[in-house]
Design a protein around this ligand. Sequence first.
Ligand SMILES: [Zn+2]
Length: 152
Amino acid sequence: MTRHERRAVACHEAGHVVMAVWYGLHVRDVTLRRSGEALGMVHAIPADDFGTSFCHRLIVNLSGLVAEAELTGKVRKEWWSLGAGRDIENVIALVRPLIRKNWLAIQAVAEALVVKKTLSGRQVEDLVRLAGSVTRLKGETGWLLSQTDRPR
Ligand SMILES: [Zn+2]
């Protein structure tokens, strides 16, 4: 696997796991270790079987694909060969805003995965929290700047 491909797989798994944390699934770990056909894997269980909606699970399952497409700027050809190209395009358009909103966290998890290969659920949660504070801080700084920029 090239460095570029490894980053794409890391981003794919990071997309799954960040959205899993976001929707309250209990993440045991995420790994880039190959398992059968899969190049990476997220081990997660719903914290409460009835607390995680079908819709949330659907988003978590699709988030790997969309995060990868967001990084590489393209959708892998194999997905098209499934004959569901239009469906996939629609799904990507639906999930993309969520991926963009969490992009900092996804990138942080992907970078850590490339280096460490496997992260515990706890490590993922810490990275998501950290990225969340950075995003908030950026927002506040932007607000402060816009306040000081205002003419008197
Ligand atoms: Zn996946």
